[in-house]
Design a protein around this ligand. Structure first.
Ligand code: SER
Length: 326
């Protein structure tokens, strides 16, 4: 029987990984923590929840001990655009938060999942079909913490035999919990704007290619890599995982197949654009496919249909066309 702790459970990834794990292992076997407790009451009330800062070692150790935790999903982090604005906080939360979890895992013999990111790459990384093992010289604080996190997780595995595993996520698109402070957030916002107003003002240039993934595939990756046969893992942390790569013009074209009068305009955010320009266009993910069976289900067409259906169902009121609102 698994006993799982999710640190940072109310964020975009955490809230859906929590749902999937509670469905799979039972509500009481999946303990959630987050620094907030003012969102997603339904999730909070469906099983054990504690309001805890991810750097609070004592509180987390008590939870791990009291709930006999054997696996920790460490999902608390500041994303790329926020991290560029709050450099010291990003280092503190992303690194000391992870270190806290790793130390607890070492003490209580837990397995640890930690997401890395396409942000762990930089301008000197091969841009297309970025290999699993390649140059990682990121130029963002988010990327610095992600590379350091990958190395730290490998270190804890080799030195202390902590069962650390992880994937490099691209931009994650979902309709349940919004992302916050990421460079790839536009690919979520665009669907809400399309449903509400039939138009979207995009912070990235129209030809900016980035890897993206629909949430059901991201949840599958996080659970599947943790349940993989360790004997088959040549890598452990930071598996490249890819399912689709697109630019704002592409996503707009797919939205137009459902909302023909949808328009996209551009007001470039220089911070986000510089970050996006430093990241790969698309990753190669052979290692994840052969070592633990990574096999994403969604492409841009099927994700767009699903996102518009979910966002549309929630936004029954409809919206005014762009020309009347701008
Ligand atoms: N979605 C993240 C960001 O944009 C990338 O991992 O910061």
């Amino acid at each position: 029987m698994k006993h799982i702790l999710i640190v940072g459970a109310l964020g975009q990834l955490g809230s859906e990984i929590a749902l999937a794990l509670r469905r799979k292992y039972g509500d009481n076997s999946v303990v959630l923590t987050d620094i907030r407790d003012d969102i997603n009451r339904q999730l909070i009330e469906s099983g054990p929840f504690y309001k805890v800062d991810c750097r609070d070692a004592k509180a987390l150790a008590d939870i791990v001990q009291n709930h006999h935790i054997d696996t920790v999903y460490h999902l608390a982090a500041l994303l790329s655009a926020t991290a560029e604005r709050s450099v010291q906080a990003a280092w503190d939360i992303n690194m000391n938060g992870l270190m806290t979890t790793l130390e607890i895992a070492r003490t209580f013999r837990c397995a640890v999942f930690t997401p890395s990111s396409i942000g762990s790459f930089g301008p000197s990384t091969p841009k297309r079909f970025t290999p699993q093992d390649t140059i990682q010289r990121p130029t963002t604080m988010y990327g610095v913490t992600k590379v350091a996190g990958e190395l730290l997780c490998d270190y804890y595995y080799h030195k202390y035999d902590v069962d650390t595993r992880g994937v490099r996520f691209p931009g994650i698109i979902s309709s349940m919990t919004p992302p916050g402070g990421g460079t790839t957030d536009y690919a979520v916002e665009i669907y809400y704007a399309a449903v509400a107003k039939h138009c979207y003002e995009c912070p990235l240039a129209g030809d900016t290619y980035l890897d993206m993934m629909y949430m059901p595939d991201a949840v599958d990756a996080a659970i599947r890599v943790m349940e993989a046969d360790p004997a088959k893992l040549r890598h452990r942390n930071a598996f490249n995982v890819a399912s689709m790569s697109f630019c704002p013009e592409d996503i707009a074209a797919y939205i137009r197949t459902h909302i023909p009068d949808f328009t996209i305009t551009y007001r470039i955010d220089p911070v986000r654009q510089a970050i996006a320009n430093s990241w790969p266009d698309c990753l190669e993910d052979y290692a994840a496919r052969v070592e633990w069976g990574w096999n994403p289900k969604y492409d841009l067409a099927s994700m767009t249909a699903d996102m518009l259906a979910h966002v549309g169902a929630r936004n029954q009121t409809g919206g005014s066309p762009c020309s009347q609102t701008n």
